[in-house]
Structure formats: C-alpha cells, structure tokens
Design a protein around this ligand. Structure first.
Ligand code: KDG
Length: 331
C-alpha cells in the first residue's frame, strides 16, 4: 500500500492543561501570587519538537472557556497544528496547581482540577483516522488513559491505528499517582509498551511494568527487560544521573547537565522532545540523548513546562557552553 508523504513529523493525543505556578516555592496554603502557563505532557512534547523545527499536530478536546482559549492560542503560537483540536461548547479545560520545591527541595507536587474536563470525554470516535496517515510518529503518554475509560480506549485505538499505518509509536508512561493506583496503571502500561517502538520511562515505571522492584538493578538489565516486551528503543530517565538508551541491543548513555533547579515539572517532556527531534534529524543515539538531556535541563531552570524548550540555535549554544563539563556516572 502506498502512503502519502507525511505532513507531520509528530502527532500526539492528550490533554492540554493550564498550570498555575506560585511565584515563590512553599506550601500552597501560603501562596498568594501565581502565574499561568499552558501545559500538559503531550502538548509540552509537541511544542518542544515544533521549536526544534519539526511539524507537529495535537488531537484533543478543549472547552470554550477562556483558559481553553489560552491553551489553543499557545499551541497555535508555537506552531502546533490544531485542526484536530475540538472545542466543545460549555465545557472547560483541565487545570492544575504546582507546589514547587516544598517541603522537599527540587521536587514538585501537583493538585489537579481536571475531573470532567473536555479532554476527559475523548473517545475512540474522536481519533481521526487520517491523522495516522499524515504523520511519521505518534506520541502518547500514560496520563491520557488514566483520565477515563473512554480516554483509555481512544489512546489504545490511536496506538493500534499507528501500528496499522506503519507510524512509529512513541510512549511515555508518565505515571501520575494522583490519577490512578499502580495496580491499575501497570497492566495498561504493559499494553502500550507492547505496541510501542520507543519507550521513555524512569525506574519506578519500569518496576511497575515488570512487576518487580528494580531500584538496585543495573541499567542494562532494566532496559533489556523492557525491550523484551516489544520496543526497539528504550530510554531510561535517571534524573540527576542522566539518560541511558538501548537501541537494537546496544547501550548508550549521557550524564545529566547540572543546572539551577527552579521547577522540575516538564523535564521528562523535554527529554522526549529533544530525543525525538534528534531522531527526526537522523542523529546518532548519543546525540539524541544529549538533546533530550539538554532540553530537560533547560526546562527546570524556570517556572512552567515548555517556555525554556530550545530552538536549534539555543540548543547548540547550551551544548557548546557545556562541552567538556559533563559529569559522567557510568554505573
Ligand atoms: O510532564 C508535565 C506534566 O505532568 C504536566 O504538564 C501536567 O500533564 C500533566 C499531568 O497530567 O500531570
């Protein structure tokens, strides 16, 4: 079957959110001043990829409220195609509030106000089949299946459609403990991982998926165990210890960049957008990892999830400034 040349490099389905972020770190009960940011894991990834020069599109449902308008204009302003963003009259978009760096420095917590959001009503019928003939990569996160049964079915449907159309399927479990229990999430993650070509995950998520505590296992065995479930490429996010990838049986690793941490939320999405952009530019795996590590590092240096995601020139500038200053931890 001949395929039309893909119009998009990456399409994602998910829930864009509005983030309220306190100007000062501390308990939310003491926070009075907030700024707002468009956010949501999948839209962060698309914005990052778009900034690095690739064509992206989002599939989602938002409302007709002012915050939905804010999300929509942000996506459009960042060059993300919104032809498959449906505005549902009378509905709202989801919101969350971040509690930064308190009580644990360099860790953030979130409070969601997203139940009943427009995106939580996404169902199989909302997944446009044509999207899968128009993209090279479909990216999903494990957040969307946690929102509702219909969102879970829609996500699975999208992943299967991608496979049927020869589209590369990228998956990040993005486990969110405030949305579902590990026992509920684990079998769902396994279904997506089995379909995926590329998986991005951390050790906690790998442990959930494999049903064993992998805290002390070496990186190679963890990655190989996930790869055995299906994906040809697995990227393990090890926070301050850097990134490791397994591709076609070979291991690659890069250290994390040490930067001042203002807000860690969104760093993982930066890793995904940097890595996938490298892949789209046909870079070697180590460069893809470096782009991921650099994008993640830049994100944590300010409030908000995507504002610091780099253009190609900013990425090169950052990498050049860091050359020779990498701290390797190759355990
Ligand atoms: O990865 C960052 C996301 O977690 C954040 O933007 C909010 O999408 C979000 C979620 O569902 O937690």
């Amino acid at each position: 079957m001949s395929r039309r040349a893909p119009e998009f490099d990456v399409v994602a389905l998910g829930e864009p959110l509005v983030q309220f972020n306190p100007l000062d770190p501390g308990p939310l009960s003491q926070s009075r001043l907030f700024d707002t940011h468009a956010a949501g894991a999948e839209s962060n990834v698309l914005i990052g990829i778009s900034r690095l020069g690739h064509k992206t599109a989002m599939i989602t449902k938002i409302g007709t409220d002012e915050l939905s308008r804010f999300v929509l204009t942000t996506l459009r302003g960042e060059g993300v195609d919104t032809r498959w963003v449906v505005q549902v009259p009378g509905m709202n978009c989801g919101v969350y509030v971040a509690q930064r760096n308190y009580p644990i420095p360099d860790k953030s917590d979130v409070v969601y106000y997203r139940r009943g959001s427009a995106a939580s009503t996404i169902s199989v019928q909302d997944v446009p089949e044509e999207a899968m003939s128009l993209t090279r990569i479909l990216h999903l996160s494990g957040i969307t299946p946690a929102l509702s049964n219909s969102c879970k079915n829609a996500s699975l449907h999208a992943a299967r459609l991608a496979k049927d159309n020869g589209v590369v399927f990228s998956f990040d479990p993005n486990y969110r403990k405030k949305l579902w229990a590990p026992e509920e999430a684990a079998p769902v993650f396994r279904e997506f991982v089995a379909l995926a070509d590329i998986v991005f995950l951390d050790r906690g998520e790998a442990s959930m998926i494999l049903g064993e505590d992998l805290a002390r296992r070496g990186r190679g065995p963890v990655l190989r165990a996930i790869a055995k479930l299906g994906p040809g490429t697995v990227v393990l996010k090890e926070g301050a210890r850097g990134l490791v990838a397994l591709k076609d049986g070979k291991l690659y690793q890069v250290p994390a960049f040490t930067v001042p941490v203002v807000d860690v939320i969104g760093a993982g999405d930066g890793v995904v957008s940097g890595f996938l952009s490298g892949m789209l530019d046909e870079k070697d795996v180590r460069t893809c990892l470096q782009w991921g590590a650099a994008s993640g590092a830049l994100v944590v240096m300010r409030r908000g999830d995507f504002e610091n995601l780099p253009t190609p020139a900013e990425l090169q500038n950052f990498l050049t400034s860091r050359a020779g200053r990498e701290e390797f931890d190759l355990r």
